[in-house]
Design a protein around this ligand. Sequence first.
Ligand SMILES: [Ca+2]
Length: 471
Amino acid sequence: MKLCKGETLQTSERSKPAAQIKAHLNYRVMWYKAALSRSFLLLAAKALKGRTRQGLWPLATDGLDMQRGEIMKATDLAVYGGVCTAALIFSVAACNGGGGRGADGKDPTAPLPASIGLTQLARGFQQPTTIGHAGDGSNRLFILERAGTIRIISNGSVAATPFLNITKLVKSRGSEQGLLGIAFPPDFKTSRTFYVNYTNRTGVGNTVVARFRVSSDPDRADPASRVELLQIRQPYANHNGGQLAFGPDGFLYIGTGDGGSGGDPHGNGQSTDTRLGKILRIDVRPATAPYAIPAGNPFGNEIWAFGLRNPWRFSFDRANGDLYIADVGQNEVEEINFQPAGAGAGANYGWNLMEGSRCFPRPGCSKTGLTQPVAEYFHGKGDCSVTGGYVYRGSAKALQGSYLYADFCSGRVWGLQKNGTRWDNRLLSDTAFPISTFGEDEKGELYLADYETGTVYRLGTPAPSVPRPLQ
Ligand SMILES: [Ca+2]
């Protein structure tokens, strides 16, 4: 285990998990409440949205006491945000887009689409956190459930027996805790190993990255094969990151949150002596045990990039290796960060000196040396917590080259696209559910998960409308 300095375990857990949506939303909308009648808003909520987010999991929690009181309906936030003036604002030009890369034919980019369609693939999952694939030709999807199980979708059917069940190892009491990430290495077909990220039952719930091996049955992992690669002490229950992904360099990348509470009280995001608030990069190839620090890591430790608050989801563009990091904001700003393939070692994404492109917690910071997001949006219109996605490389030509991402609270989905030095962005869908994660399959098709009902959808272009027959 390679603990960094400054990772002392704290007992003053200020952030509690239950009903986080209530405290989280209350914090952000209390001034709305003061100005507007609750009864009016609830009526308006029912009329306009009809959505509820009871007992759900806001990834942008901010260290308030989450234990007490009622669960707040997200309709409240949707309406408060809609009625009030906190308009969605992007730092990018909201225009039609078009052109872009693709001259080499490797990463074709279509103009930003006008919308997307969703087709239900499977349902019945319990709080799905991650959608992954093994890259072994089986085209199975692996759905992680927060409490600690992994279930397989094969040919559209959900296997009755879980691929893995580690609920006894996983602490999931806090709404941001649980089994949070999976990655299959490029050599999975021969190594039959894979990696998971979860919070364990030590302290408030430490972050663990562990390796498992598949049993003789390809649809069953061997729970006894577990090898723990690293463990990171968590001072608070929230902001655990959780994403795992192998980069085009073959190294394992790990997203970690700032340790939690609110405002990053220990300054973890800006410290290069802790693995909290980072994108980590380690070499897990068989010759190194439990892992090695790759040459080229900027600080000689696990850290690849820093200044992150809670990079719940990040992904590599399978066409070119570009890295997209969606970092969940504190009070006002959700952001998308970008690293071109081959660049970005040691990038500082600003937290907790900045929240998005704004100085935090007040104006007047020095932005020198800080990498600014390529896109951001403010809370409001129901938006409060970004769920990063993927650059679309599936079969729908209209979606090619668009980075698709969503907001957990509002259910809205956007497309983002780099066109030269400009980033174009467009709202593509306003779904009625909380989107906890996106996922790719082996062929590059994209999926997303409705956290509330446990439904997995496939993304594509909208089905053509059927003309109504003449009367
Ligand atoms: Ca930032």
